[in-house]
Design a protein around this ligand. Structure first.
Ligand code: DX5
Ligand code: ZN
Length: 227
């Protein structure tokens, strides 16, 4: 699967979300929307009403990352609203199979996220229920944090697990992904890259996305995991 770039609007101007979504549309593959509830993570962003409004304006497919408690209750509504991908956290979900199936039944791709300290191996049997596995490369909650290299061995294991199972599961990285770190992620097995501050903190977000993509493409072409 080709490299995909998903700019995170967490680093955008929240008073101009439609414009900020349009600013990355010519170069990005997805628009990453971070939903935080000040409970699962110590920060508060936006919820379903704002996502519903954004969906009316965004031309890119919306990639919702739910950093919330009780995703079992809330996740399907984001899929019903029209998000193309809905990712829930393994640490927060109570009934992952039921919730992942509900997301898919509502027409979205289903994602499962794990924090830096959460292992992926316990979820191997769930790979058939997933379209994407998100490996957090910072502790979730804030943009602009330093990339955690400690996650890279887990990313390699996740890539082997997906290959072994022959699963069509995308591997997303989120947190601290920049021109300095993206090659390490691609080399270790990531194929979907979230970038917040590296894109929206740039004077030229389109050029920033193009540069990230070029680096990820180059590293993927030389990576041991690619066929
Ligand atoms: C953090 C969010 C990320 C955040 C990444 O918890 O899930 O999506 O926007 O921001 P950067 O790319 O600045 O680390
Ligand atoms: Zn995110």
């Amino acid at each position: 699967m080709a490299v995909q770039i998903s700019p995170s609007i967490l680093s955008a101007d929240f008073a101009r979300l439609a414009d900020e979504a349009a600013a990355v549309a010519p170069a990005a593959d997805w628009l990453h929307v971070d939903v935080m509830d000040n409970h699962f993570v110590p920060n508060l962003t936006l919820g379903l009403p704002v996502v519903e409004s954004l969906l009316k304006h965004a031309t890119l497919p919306v990639d919702c990352h739910l950093m919330i408690s009780d995703p079992d209750r809330w996740a399907p509504a984001y899929a019903e609203a029209g998000a193309r991908n809905v990712t829930i956290h393994a640490e927060a979900v109570h009934a992952p199979v039921r919730t992942l199936r509900a997301i898919r039944a509502a027409g979205a791709r289903a994602g499962l996220a794990v924090n830096p300290g959460t292992a992926v191996e316990p979820y191997e049997d769930l790979l058939g229920e997933l379209d994407m596995l998100l490996l957090m490369t910072v502790e979730p909650g804030f943009g602009g944090q330093r990339f955690l290299d400690v996650v890279l061995p887990k990313l390699r294991r996740a890539r082997s697990m997906v290959a072994k199972r022959g699963a069509e599961v995308w591997l997303q990285v989120d947190g601290g992904v920049t021109e300095e770190t993206i090659e390490r992620c691609a080399d270790a097995g990531a194929d979907v890259f979230v970038a917040g501050s590296a894109v929206y903190g740039s004077a030229d977000p389109i050029a920033a996305i193009q540069a990230l993509r070029a680096q990820a493409d180059r590293a993927t072409a030389h990576a041991a995991w690619t066929p």
